[in-house]
Design a protein around this ligand. Structure first.
Ligand SMILES: C[S@@+](CC[C@H](N)C(=O)[O-])C[C@H]1O[C@@H](n2cnc3c(N)ncnc32)[C@H](O)[C@@H]1O
Length: 317
């Protein structure tokens, strides 16, 4: 192994607090014209007093992930259905949409760091799995299929705006999006999140992850969405749904039909990848956009917007 200039990487990390303080002093002393943004300072100060960075397999990706959970983010919105907004749920939806257009709340540094370490751990997992009938390692599949911080922040902001007691996620994968949703509710009054995954291996990795990082908040179920949803034993009606399972017109419609009776009045439903098409040449067209528009025409849907042209958010009466 080739040593880094300051010694082994381990020694560099042990010296990280001194290096960080030296960097801050250097910048504060005006001996550098490198701009240091408040967010960089906050990150540096936090990481100086923790060993989180030393635990990361990929420190650069780890820091970028944490940054994505904290930096100022907004989204582009286009309306597709606009019911009157003079009722309380309507105002809640408008407030949520305007939050997305202006600035989604930042996550806390410890929460961001916890999720970033979980993502780092999964991305480094070389265990063999299968995706779309092909062998692939967990790390590559996780990186391809899981929510990056930009989507995670969207979930975090929307679960807060929906003021849900109970959330449902279709398509758990490795549990990362569920962690973003779980971070939106306080420990004392947690929102319950039920999440469904078909594949056994992803289900058990997710179950282990959320059991460690979001116990008493996230409950994983294994099976097909349309089979599991009717068997869910929920205490509260669902106030927020994230649909990120099968991305086809038919699945959007069938899944919406299955969970619609569970929705509370004013619930938010977010569909991912409304303009997705299956890249596998021999597969049938996905027609997700047709499916999304068909759901929007459902008589219970009062308002709907598209986010970044990629996700569809609706509210039911
Ligand atoms: C895009 S990934 C989900 C990513 C995850 N929500 C995240 O952001 O971290 C889609 C997942 O849905 C699962 N899935 C697809 N169709 C399903 C179905 N009908 N029932 C249950 N799970 C399904 C797949 O196995 C896959 O793990």
């Amino acid at each position: 192994m080739v040593d880094s200039p300051g010694g082994t990487p381990g020694r560099v990390w042990r010296r990280f607090p001194q290096l960080a303080v030296a960097a801050m002093k250097h910048l504060a002393g005006g001996r550098s014209n490198l701009p240091m943004r408040p967010l960089d300072l906050a990150l540096l100060a936090y990481l100086t007093h923790r060993d989180d960075l030393a635990k990361a397999h990929d420190p650069e990706a780890f820091v970028e992930f944490v940054r994505g959970c904290l930096e100022s983010i907004n989204y582009s919105i286009s309306w597709v259905k606009r019911g009157a907004t003079n009722d309380i749920p309507g105002q809640r939806f408008m407030t949520g949409v305007s939050m997305l257009e202006r600035r989604v709340p930042s996550m806390s540094l410890p929460e961001a760091s916890r999720i970033a370490l979980a993502a780092d751990e999964l991305a480094a997992d070389a265990t063999l799995t299968e995706a779309w009938g092909r062998p692939v390692d967990v790390g590559s599949h996780f990186t391809m299929s899981s929510s990056p911080p930009r989507k995670g922040r969207l979930l975090f902001g929307l679960v807060r705006s929906a003021q849900a007691q109970s959330c449902l996620e279709l398509g758990t994968a490795y549990g990362l999006s569920a962690l973003f949703m779980a971070a939106a509710s306080p420990e004392e009054t947690p929102c319950r999140i039920d999440t469904i995954e078909f594949y056994e291996q992803q289900f058990s990795i997710a179950q282990d992850l959320v059991g460690r990082l979001a116990p008493r908040k996230v409950y994983c179920h294994q099976g097909l969405t349309t089979e599991v949803i009717p068997k869910l034993d929920l205490v509260d009606k669902v106030g927020f749904v994230f649909h990120d399972a099968n991305h086809t017109r038919q699945a959007y419609i069938e899944d919406f039909g299955a969970f619609e009776p569970l929705l509370t009045s004013g619930a938010f439903v977010l569909f991912d990848d409304i303009r997705w098409d299956n890249p596998i040449p021999e597969s049938a067209p996905s027609e997700t956009y047709e499916g999304w528009m068909e759901v929007v025409r459902h008589p219970r849907v009062v308002r709907a917007v598209e986010i970044d042209g990629e996700l569809g958010l609706l509210q039911v009466r």
